[in-house]
Design a protein around this ligand. Structure first.
Ligand code: IPM
Ligand code: MG
Length: 358
């Protein structure tokens, strides 16, 4: 099990460090884990002049799984396109063809008070957003900023090939099959041709999964339904840009974006595991960030890349027991709970994990 550890920028390295503590424990327990670190994002740009150095790309290619932190920062936003930290992540996704992005949103009972939503709306929430990650307006051509008759125009292209739609639809149906057997495909077929094709292709794939109940929603209605009655969803399958937006919305249902893990998988089962939160430069280096999204991403790694659901269950159980014991980072703090920093939260999860073996 060779894992590329790419902490990146902002709070990325500090939350990733807590996952690494957990991986080191599993190593001591005898698991054949091999960890190798490399630079990505702004820190890689500072050190090498490129946000995705060749050595990092090679390591990512050779690893069985990638544990990613975050990338970005105020100082890099004015760099030319291609050299910005975000471009490194997009290139990694594209080069490794990590097309299936799993973003589960689950309300932990222990955190029901941390969500801005009423308990009656989110109690028992358990949904999965499956976001297509390697196409859409993110990668479509033509694109760019140019000049037309002396005025600047910005242009991006929403593009979907039918094979790209079909393969994410299959992943969606299979994911629903393993859950509550409901799949909701989200598009904008009423206004956009690329999305009209999306809906048609999802409908064409559907007969292969007669046991899964398929529905369709336009993205605006989906955004509304997500806050009105989120528990009606099981699996949502959607394109790259709508999935980006809806998954941040779903994060707030679950209490805090600091709790949300994700997995981006290719056809060979290689995965990149990353917390949904970004680099949060305002709180970086202060030991206040919530490491649980990274730790829960590590759990997803064991479930999806290494077929070790037993270890994933142990990690998730350790997180739950630490929350039940009343420890909270600032983002999920409630009256009566005990405020801890990033490393204390990580240590507590590692201790609970170690105890769960005995
Ligand atoms: C995400 C992020 C990225 C995206 C950015 C950093 C390019 O928002 O992973 O959701 O839009 O995909
Ligand atoms: Mg996003």
């Amino acid at each position: 099990m060779k894992i590329a550890v790419l902490g990146g920028d902002g709070i990325g390295p500090e939350v990733t460090r807590e996952s690494v503590k957990l991986l080191e424990l599993l190593k001591r327990e005898g698991l054949p884990l091999q960890l190798e670190e490399a630079l990505i994002g702004g820190c890689a740009y500072d050190a090498t002049g490129h946000p995705l150095p060749a050595a990092t790309m090679a390591l990512a290619r050779n690893a069985d799984a990638i544990l990613f932190g975050a990338e970005g920062g105020f100082t890099y936003e004015s760099l030319p396109r291609g050299l910005r930290p975000g471009d490194a992540l997009l290139t990694l996704r594209k080069e490794l063809d990590l097309f299936a992005n799993y973003r589960p949103a689950k309300a932990f009972d222990e955190l029901i008070g941390a969500s801005p939503f009423k308990p009656s709306v989110i109690d028992g929430l358990d949904l999965l957003i499956l976001r297509e990650l390697t196409s859409d307006v993110y990668f479509g051509e033509p694109r760019g900023i140019s000049t037309e008759r002396g005025k600047r125009v910005g242009r991006n292209t929403m593009y979907y090939h039918e094979d790209e739609i079909a393969r994410i639809a299959h992943v969606g149906f299979r994911a629903a099959r393993g859950r509550r057997k409901k799949l909701c495909s989200v598009d904008k077929a009423n206004a956009l041709e690329a999305m009209e094709l999306w809906r048609a292709v999802v409908d064409e794939v559907a007969p292969e999964y007669p046991d899964v109940e398929l529905s369709h929603l336009y993205v605006d209605a989906a955004a509304m339904t997500l806050v009105r009655n989120p528990r009606q969803f099981d699996v949502i399958v959607t394109g790259n840009i709508f999935g980006d937006i809806l998954s941040d919305e779903a994060a707030m249902l679950a209490g805090s974006i600091g709790m949300l893990p994700s997995a981006s998988i290719n056809a060979q089962g290689k995965g990149l595991y990353e917390p949904v939160h970004g680099c949060a430069p305002d709180i970086a280096g202060k030991n206040v960030a919530n490491p649980l999204a990274s730790i829960l991403s590590t759990a997803m790694m064991f479930r999806q890349s290494f077929a070790r659901a037993d270890i994933a269950d142990r990690i998730e159980g350790a997180v739950r027991s630490v929350l039940a014991s009343g420890l909270r980072t600032a983002d999920i703090m409630e009256p009566g709970a005990r405020l801890v920093g990033t490393s204390q939260m990580g240590d507590a999860v590692v201790a609970a994990m170690a105890a769960s073996r005995r």
